[in-house]
Design a protein around this ligand. Structure first.
Ligand SMILES: O=C(O)CCC(=O)C(=O)O
Length: 237
């Protein structure tokens, strides 16, 4: 946790990251995107053995990394609008889970410092109206904990009324048959992906869902990393 916390500060300095200053990302919140392109330290997060099996249980083993970013909510930040992570997907609800997300707490998450707020039971309802107030509860958790929620759950970052940052890593996954929020194949240099474990390579999209979705001329994109890749599309098995 300390190493991740310190490295995010390094990246913030080196990349010159500042708050985006829009309603969703916040005016006092620093977010660093595409973390897998920014150092080996982040490679253990998507494949963590205490978290990935839960995600696979919800989405199935063909799931993908949708995005990996940090969210540091600074003192004085106001609450983020309540939303669901599948709010832009035009499917009637409730539907099968297509997104499953997690928040790694690098500091304690408290109601006062902006712990993620959730609306229990909302995952089976229509999406919330963006910008409207909804009653919610804080997902308080000690540093080192991970909160996991289905993409249809209404939630949002809380207001920070303390003098310290609330620092989290948003490790987001999607089903293997929908588009990833951050384009992992173009956003992470291929020589960096070559250094990933086989499972992480699959999770960022160098694989084919159920032997078909994502193929390139009937070969897995894994062949772009490894010329010996022998994978076949489902039609040829
Ligand atoms: O920072 C948080 O606690 C939640 C952030 C969030 O839900 C988002 O940005 O989509």
């Amino acid at each position: 946790m300390d190493a991740l916390y310190d490295d995010l500060l390094r990246l913030e300095r080196e990349l010159g990251v500042v708050p985006a200053n829009n309603e969703f990302e916040g005016g006092r919140t620093v977010r660093i995107y595409n973390l897998l392109a920014h150092g080996k330290l982040y490679e253990g997060i998507p494949v963590h053995p205490n978290v990935l099996p839960i995600i696979e249980g919800v989405l199935d083993r063909g799931c993908l990394v949708s995005s990996l970013s940090s969210i540091s909510i600074g003192p004085g930040e106001t609450a983020q609008p309540i939303h669901s992570d599948d709010i832009l997907i035009p499917l009637t609800k409730p539907h099968v889970p297509i997104i499953c997300n997690s928040m790694w707490a690098l500091t304690d998450f408290t109601e006062e410092n902006g712990a993620t707020r959730v609306v229990p039971g909302s995952h089976v309802r229509e999406s919330p109206q963006y910008g409207r107030h909804y009653d919610s509860i804080p997902a308080e958790m000690p540093r080192g904990s991970v909160l996991v929620w289905p993409g249809s759950l209404w939630h949002g970052g809380g207001a920070n009324r303390t003098g310290q940052r609330r620092v989290g890593i948003a490790m987001n996954y999607c089903a293997g048959y929908i588009r990833q929020q951050e384009n992992q194949q173009l956003g992470i240099p291929r020589e960096v992906v070559r250094g990933f474990s086989p499972r992480l390579r699959e999770l960022v999209g160098y694989g084919i869902y159920k032997g078909l979705i994502g193929h390139i001329e009937k070969r897995s994109p894994a062949a772009l990393l490894d010329e010996d890749d022998q994978s076949k599309v489902v039609w040829d098995r």
